[in-house]
Design a protein. Structure first.
Length: 254
């Protein structure tokens, strides 16, 4: 009974005398941790700092209004501005982009590009002179020779094809037919030696498997005992447990 009375007395003393001190301490800690939010700002997602409202930017401990000039708008962050389409930023203002004749506003909306068939020079668009046997390039701001012609200075000259040749994919050069090799400005017949075949390109030859190229011939490989042809078939390797010494395979020393 006395023990219970003692516990109640301690509890009573805590509530009467110590509780106010605890509340004062707690409120003091909260005051120290409080975030002071200036005008035109809000608490950010972390809850420990502040961010300026849209249309304002941080300047020290305050938020100052963003001065948006004429023909401009607030950017996606809301703390800066961009010029409207058709205007260009110059210092703190937006000036109109002067689009010359035969031109248009480019994809940025802050500069211009010449129409197809014209090229840019200084502040104007000059017509592009396309020579005979040529056409406008894909960009429309240059020209290229037609297939079968080659560019020489500002004209297109016909491409002379030698015998046993054809126009390549570009149409501005030539390639020898299969079985021929390019030599200067001609196509020379390719001599394929015995035990050889035409390479995939058709302009060179390769030795058959088991033969090795030696000048203009294919010579047979001499594969020693305990050896085998490599994956290319133009040399040999020693079998497992053997090592190469000169032209033979000897047992590895243990």
């Amino acid at each position: 009974m006395k023990s219970q009375l003692s516990e109640r007395a301690v509890t009573y003393l805590f509530l009467v005398f110590l509780s106010p001190l605890f509340l004062v301490f707690s409120s003091g800690a909260a005051a120290r941790d409080a975030v002071l939010i200036p005008e035109n700002a809000h608490l950010n997602h972390s809850g420990r700092d502040w961010t300026c409202n849209r249309g304002y930017r941080k300047s020290g401990d305050i938020c100052t209004a963003v001065d948006v000039p004429a023909n401009a708008y607030l950017d996606s962050y809301g703390d800066n501005w961009k010029c409207n389409r058709g205007h260009r930023r110059v210092a703190g203002s937006c000036v109109v982009v002067n689009v010359p004749t035969n031109a248009y506003l480019d994809h940025s909306g802050r500069d211009w590009a010449c129409d197809r068939g014209y090229w840019r020079t200084a502040k104007t668009c000059v017509i592009l002179v396309v020579p005979e046997n040529a056409h406008l390039s894909h960009s429309g701001r240059n020209w290229a020779c037609n297939r079968g012609y080659r560019r020489i200075a500002n004209s297109c000259a016909v491409l002379a094809l030698p015998e046993n040749a054809y126009l390549d994919d570009s149409g501005r050069d030539w390639t020898c037919n299969r079985g021929y090799r390019k030599t200067g400005k001609a196509c020379e017949s390719l001599v394929v030696p015995e035990n050889a075949y035409l390479a995939f390109s058709g302009h060179d030859w390769r030795c058959n498997r088991g033969y090795r190229k030696s000048g203009v011939l294919c010579v047979a490989l001499e594969v020693p005992a305990n050896a085998y042809l490599n994956s290319y078939g133009d040399n040999w390797k020693c079998e497992w447990g053997y090592q190469r010494e000169g032209n033979r395979c000897v047992s590895k020393k243990r």
